[in-house]
Design a protein around this ligand. Sequence first.
Ligand SMILES: [Zn+2]
Ligand SMILES: [Zn+2]
Length: 419
Amino acid sequence: MAKTSIEMRTPPPPITACHDCGRVQQLPDLPVGSKAMCGRCRAVLFRKTPDTVQRTLALAVTGLILFAIANVYPFLSMRLEGQIRETTLITGIAGLYHQGMPGLSGLVLLTSVLVPLVQLMGLVYLLSPMVIGRLAGRSAGVFRALQRLRPWSMMEVFMLGILVSMIKLAKMADIIPGVALWAFAGLIVVLLAAFSGLNPDDIWRRIPLSPRARDEGVHGPVRAATCHSCTLMVQVPTRSPWGNARCPRCNARLHARKPNSIQRTWALVLTAIVFYAPANLMPITFTRTVAREQADTIMSGVIYFMFSGSWHIALVIFVASVLIPILKLVSLIYLLLSVQFRSQWKPEDRTRLYRFTEAVGRWSMVDVYVVTVLVALVQLGPLGAIEAGPGAIYFAAVVVMTMLAAESFDARLIWDKKD
Ligand SMILES: [Zn+2]
Ligand SMILES: [Zn+2]
């Protein structure tokens, strides 16, 4: 107990290296409520917040209750000509699976159900012992995993997908929101509050260095490295190659830069480009009614919304599904080339472009979720049914590849060779 309260008062590490540009700098002693920004690229280096562990734990427990409600009760109901079809969150995922799309179904299951559940359980596991001054086993590994999973929790994007589908279906049937929909909306707010309120430094400060690292110490000439997952400044002996050394706090591998960042990012970008054509040319949904069968591509969906009076929905789909993937690919190619040609041109702006590229990518998933909801709801036997088309698989692949590409790009390369 006493030990924890001492650690809580420990000042932030006085020296740190910026995770976006790599500059090593001293952190000032900050008043609570303020943050330190990188003097070169304006990244946030450190936030001094009041202790956030208890509040985040309370939010995570609330989140688990909402999660249970969101998955058990009906989500949306559709009423058409006397038929009522009720769906839960899982219905659409199961529908995709039965239509022979296990990969797509798995991706939706992962991003809208499993990752949020793991996040909530991970937070409760990690934080409940911390409240009474103890540490759960493998705390560092659990927190590292939680931070890595964050971009893959896409409930807010799924919510946008639900709204788009509701507007689309409202023209042909009565759509009744269920209890689970409200719980889901609450859950989004709770998870967002939990993660934006949780100061990672609060957690890392409580996790001690591994005893082996402390006992062994470092002998001989050293070079400094920053752990990319927990931001600890570590001294690595010059004789041990990068990649062999591990962070004494979180056990992540230490590198000066992410390994093979440029090659890996190129490979992912090129794969995404290959998938881009079928994603846009092949149908993402088939609508079958007694009278006819209609195949829709992403663009025909945009045009449908534009001419049916919902131009704002047309705009949302166009931006998320057409514009963002292109912009992401173009910016990543530009960043890769600028790094390879060692461009010195406006590194601040290029870093900003990278941050933007990394942040917006997940919103492209919205069309995948729209397909999931449509597949779940529109199963009215002879009256009509909607099935997912192969375009949806390619499109999801584009989104995943560009997200992985942004993740594997090391923004510090932009600043290398500058000073
Ligand atoms: Zn910086
Ligand atoms: Zn670390």
